[in-house]
Design a protein around this ligand. Sequence first.
Ligand code: GDP
Ligand code: CA
Length: 320
Amino acid sequence: MQRIVVLAGGIGGARFLRGLKAAAPDAEITVIGNTGDDIHLFGLKVCPDLDTVMYTLGGGIHEEQGWGRADETFTVKEELAAYGVGPEWFGLGDRDFATHIVRTQMIGAGYPLSAVTEALCTRWQPGVRLLPMTDDRVETHVVIETGDGDRRAVHFQEYWVRLRASVPARAVVPVGAEQSKPAPGVLDAIAGADVILFPPSNPVVSIGTILAVPGIREAVAGAGVPVVGLSPIVGNAPVRGMADKVLAAVGVEATAAAVARHYGQGLLDGWLVDTVDSAAVAEVEEAGIRCRAVPLMMTDVGAAAAMAREALALAAEVQA
Ligand code: GDP
Ligand code: CA
């Protein structure tokens, strides 16, 4: 049985994983999820990326929105707002609240996040093993430029959701990463993988944060198996969201080729770019990374499955 390890953020990771499951129904898939986006709100621990993967693969996702629950209502949020209790800019629905209550209760009882995630997945049956990158607290902060030329660090969610990445970002810091350890099972999964995939997730605040947990980057680079990624940048822009802004903060151009070079030949063996970026193939290959141009728009599960098949084919090719 093929063992596939995927480093995943939220929407891009989750939609790709749904395709991968369809493309490789017999594979054993382990997902290492980003927890740098986690935030404490109303006394609750919220793990947006883990939940997006869990809901998407478990059939509970709000399909058009890409995050949060389907058939959601917002009564609790409205009631909190009536007390003047915010933040109002973060959308937590009533159904979603239940997930965070269960998680926070279990963490309060002493369970590590990895055990809590496994327990939540007992309900959702995502069909993959979903591991947080770490059980330790890592929080992505963004250093922004304030109007008067001063700089201030804000939580990633404040930068992304409240400010919509509309202010200049100067640095992205995964606070706590240096002291963190990979969650139980993470390094074993990487060491036992036949192939490692980077879905079209955010290269800085999703995959970059996972790779910032000491030991994970080294394990991926040293696994001795094909590592293949798919570009989240199509036609010199992110397909969704504002990844170009955080790429700029780390000095990387928002192009499919620049993202491949950012990961680097020491990490990546293969890279898929969209057909509109076929001119980038030569540049990526010059950097020592095997590259193909294929359709990369996840318009439906079938399209995502085709992308997953291309990624697995490229992995087989770089191994040969
Ligand atoms: P987040 O945590 O919800 O932001 O999700 P991820 O980090 O997993 O993925 C975000 C990235 O997915 C964005 O940079 C998007 O450009 C990318 N993305 C979303 N949909 C698609 C798609 O259909 N095709 C490609 N190639 N990238 C996509
Ligand atoms: Ca995220």
